[in-house]
Design a protein around this ligand. Structure first.
Ligand SMILES: [Fe+2]
Length: 384
């Protein structure tokens, strides 16, 4: 099999690494930097520290502090207009996936005419933007190393993504100090998102030996450190390992893609306003059990990474069942609720199955699967 693999983004990692932000942005040749974040990051004091650090390196800063969850197209278009007006020549995003996705969409619009929805899909000929530095404050999306951003289209009422080299960062700074204050619920949800990226990337049609190596290490790290980071947010070693796992999973899925788990998660998230990681956790065990029918060798590896024992001569169905139970146990260990506990009626849950099949990501699902089978999975996941 001929495969290609790209790891694009330089990384600076370690406790205190974010204190080199100004220095690094200056090295990139920037003079006037747009700093992108949300009100929560501002309230936590993180944004102020980063802005000050950039200014202390002799650079000018302009702040966009209005990042919203599931970044709406109207918001990124306003922010991009400000960025163009201010003639910024660099962007620093501080925060979770929404801040990084907002920064990426702004960068797309720096030299390409709005609206952003014109650029949904894979774009190979966009005019380049400015250097971007990503400083994640959650360990989950892996967005700091991916070349895509997810934006909510307000007029169509759905999310879509721009996939382009313009969305790539010039540098990712992984500083576990910035994730120490992340509340347990968000630690759990974002960590399960990273788990889903790793597990789905291994079982999809685009997996290759390099993405598998990254995904396997990500799964091992998450299985060991997510429950510790969830129970004791101040554990720096756990936080650092979760940032590493999230980045490995991001590198894996930006090359090997995610599949049915994310199609289900996107649909559940949009229909019932669930956090992305919670929706991923609901879907993942059943999806991987199903994937074992054809991808049983990969699913066996996933079991090994999770520390779950599989009999040497186990059938694909048995391997799938072990993986389902091990994933479910890990997800439950960080108190991710099931759909019943979330208070969503079963009929409503089953009703979204046709929407899963219509999700844009469904084209990536490497198995032949019907809406009826998706409904069966959702029924099985409902109270599990
Ligand atoms: Fe995700």
């Amino acid at each position: 099999m001929i495969t290609s693999f790209n790891i694009f983004v330089p990384v600076l990692m370690g406790s205190g690494a974010s204190l080199r932000t100004g220095l690094k942005v200056r090295e990139l040749g920037c003079r006037k930097v747009l700093v992108v974040y949300d009100k929560g990051i501002e309230a936590a004091g993180i944004a102020g520290t980063i802005v000050e650090n950039i200014q202390n390196a002799g650079l000018e800063t302009v702040c966009f502090d209005g990042v919203l969850p599931d970044p709406p197209d109207t918001m990124v278009e306003q922010a991009a207009e400000m960025a163009r007006r201010e003639q910024i020549d660099g962007i620093v995003a501080v925060g979770g996936g929404s801040s990084m996705d907002t920064a990426k969409a702004i960068n797309v619009l720096m030299n390409n005419e709005p609206p952003i929805m014109r650029y949904f899909g894979v774009q190979k000929n966009l005019k380049p933007g400015v250097p971007m530095v990503f400083i994640p404050t959650t360990a989950g999306t892996g967005s700091e190393v991916t070349h895509m951003c997810v934006i909510s289209c307000t007029s169509l009422g759905k999310k879509d993504s721009v996939v382009s080299p313009v969305c790539l960062g010039s540098l990712a700074i992984l500083d576990p100090d910035l994730t120490l204050g992340l509340p347990p619920k968000m630690t759990a949800a974002t960590g399960v998102d990273a788990l889903a990226h790793a597990v789905e990337s291994m079982t999809g049609g685009q997996a290759n030996p390099l993405s598998d190596a990254l995904a396997r290490e990500a799964i091992r790290l998450i299985a060991k450190w997510l429950p510790i980071a969830y129970r004791d947010g101040s554990n720096l070693e756990a936080r650092e390992n979760m940032l590493l796992a999230s980045m490995f999973a991001g590198m894996a899925f930006t090359n090997a893609l995610v599949h049915l788990g994310h199609s289900i998660a996107h649909t559940l998230g949009a229909s019932f306003h669930l956090p992305h990681g919670v929706a991923c956790g609901v879907a993942l065990p059943e999806v991987i059990e199903y994937a074992a029918k054809t991808e049983y060798k990969k699913v066996r590896m996933i079991c090994e990474c999770l520390g779950a024992e599989v009999e040497e001569n186990a059938s694909p169905e048995e391997i799938g069942a072990v993986a389902r139970d091990a994933l479910r146990a890990l997800i439950k260990s960080v108190d991710i609720p099931n759909l019943q506990q979330l208070g969503i009626p079963l009929e409503d849950v089953l009703g979204v199955a046709p929407m899963v099949v219509a999700d844009t990501g469904f084209a990536l699902v490497p198995y032949r699967i019907t809406a009826a089978k998706v409904a069966e999975m959702l029924r099985s996941a409902y109270s599990a």
